[in-house]
Design a protein around this ligand. Structure first.
Ligand code: ADP
Ligand code: MG
Length: 228
């Protein structure tokens, strides 16, 4: 369970302070699939990056199963980032000159895993349907394939949380559908998913939709309330 309490992120701009996040309170239950929507600049990526410890808050806290993320040592924070969280970004961020296999293996190496990495990598690639591309260089793949590799990389460590920032933002509708199906499949298998999107159709695939505006949460609905 993630509990976000009075989370703020402040930037100094000119004479005035600017709040990218302004007192956000949010609870995310284990196994949930939460879409975060809202206009560009509303703070969605800032919130997701803080959840993944890619950014730090100015004030407030993020409790993960009761532990305050940012009160931990940098070593503990790095371990959380490597083992508990899997990231998927709009721009894929693969290592273009590495093979598909090497890209997916990277988090295992960063987490210091030794032993049977190959079987973990192969089963992640199988899940996203790209076993046959394992030895190809990442740069030779299409955008849709690259995002599937990114998903395999995100899950190879068997993380509890998957954080996806506009995962379909660079994809056409057929490839988007593919990625959304994979995220739904991961949710069904028990992963907790937090996905930033400004696509209403993609958001509707989640179980819960949180809407942000000017660094604040202005809406929060669950699937069972959405119908009718
Ligand atoms: P979203 O993902 O909803 O489009 P972001 O979380 O990326 O929004 O950004 C929220 C706001 O914070 C934006 O107005 C953005 O310009 C501002 N912002 C983000 N990063 C910085 C930064 N490093 N310095 C100043 N302002 C920033
Ligand atoms: Mg963003």
């Amino acid at each position: 369970m993630i509990s976000i309490r009075q989370l703020s992120k402040k930037y100094i701009s000119g004479k005035q302070d600017f709040y990218a996040l302004d007192g956000v309170d949010l609870e995310i239950a284990d196994g949930d699939f939460v879409a975060i929507t809202g206009k560009s600049g509303s703070g969605k990526s800032t919130l997701l990056n803080i959840l993944g410890t890619l950014d730090v808050p100015s004030s407030g806290s993020v409790l993960v199963d009761g532990t305050d993320l940012f009160q931990q040592s940098s070593k503990q924070i790095a371990s959380y980032r490597n083992k508990t969280v899997g990231f998927v970004f709009q721009a894929f961020y693969l290592e273009p000159s590495f093979t598909v296999f090497e890209n997916v293996e990277l988090p295992l190496i960063l987490a210091g895993k030794v032993g049977d990495n190959a079987s973990r990598v192969n089963s992640a690639l199988e899940l996203v349907g790209l076993s046959r591309k394992s030895r190809d260089k990442a740069r030779t793949l299409s955008g849709g394939e690259q995002q599937r590799v990114a998903i395999a990389r995100a899950i190879v460590n068997d993380p509890k949380y998957i954080l996806a920032d506009e995962p379909c933002g660079n994809l056409d509708s057929a490839n988007s559908e593919n990625i959304m199906n994979l995220l739904c499949q991961l949710h069904d298998s028990g992963k907790t998913i937090v996905m930033v999107t400004h696509d209403a159709e993609d958001a509707a695939r989640a179980r819960r939709i949180v809407t942000m505006s000017d660094g604040k949460i202005v809406g929060d609905v669950c699937a069972d309330e959405k119908v009718g």
